[in-house]
Design a protein. Structure first.
Length: 195
């Protein structure tokens, strides 16, 4: 195996990159100028030194606390709970949510050895207990593990007096009923709104 094959093999381990894409990326890097490759490799090398989880919400940041937790214009009475740090940027890109975030670091999955104590649920409870929070929005993925985690959080927070809500899920905009799976249809009917 030569150096190009080794690099292709390494890239193929990245999420969403198959063997063909990995081979194309490695070939591109071989053909591109050396300055680009040096900058690219330096960015990869320094990534874990420069980016850390925010000590408050757990989102990826270079500055602690992160810009969202530090923003005085944010609604500090609402916390949106997400599974992973990258979920914060996904929700932020919608420009619909103006509150704070809390990253769990995963979901409850006993089969994979992920129990509630391995997630940032106690930190969420502490944030709610410290006061000022009126609503916790649970934005875990609509999977069995995401639903289990949402239910667990709801039970943990039930005596705090805080409103616990869950993001609605159902048919995507522009989607066809004929292609919707059963669970999506069930959630669409359960989450229907008055028009």
């Amino acid at each position: 195996m030569n150096a190009l094959d080794e690099l292709s093999e390494t890239f193929s381990h990245l999420p969403g990159i198959g063997k063909k894409s990995a081979s194309r990326i490695a070939s591109y890097l071989l053909k591109t100028d050396r300055a680009f490759n040096i900058r690219f490799s330096n960015q990869i090398l320094s990534l874990q030194e420069r980016i850390k989880p925010c000590s408050i919400c757990g989102a990826w940041t270079e500055n602690d606390p992160c810009p969202i937790c530090s923003d005085i214009a944010r609604d500090k009475s609402v916390i949106c709970v997400v599974e992973q740090p990258q979920d914060v940027s996904t929700i932020e890109s919608s420009r619909e949510f103006h509150g704070l975030f809390h990253v769990l670091g995963g979901v409850i999955s006993p089969l994979e050895g992920v129990t509630p104590d391995k997630l940032r649920i106690s930190q969420l409870f502490d944030r709610v207990k410290s006061g000022g929070i009126t609503e916790v929005i649970i934005a875990t993925n609509p999977t069995v593990e995401g639903d289990t985690t949402a239910l667990f959080i709801q039970r943990v927070l039930q005596d705090t007096g805080v409103s616990v809500t869950r993001l609605a899920s159902g048919l995507p905009a522009g989607g066809d009923l004929e292609y919707a799976d059963r669970l999506t249809l069930v959630r669409s009917f359960q989450g229907r709104i008055k028009i």
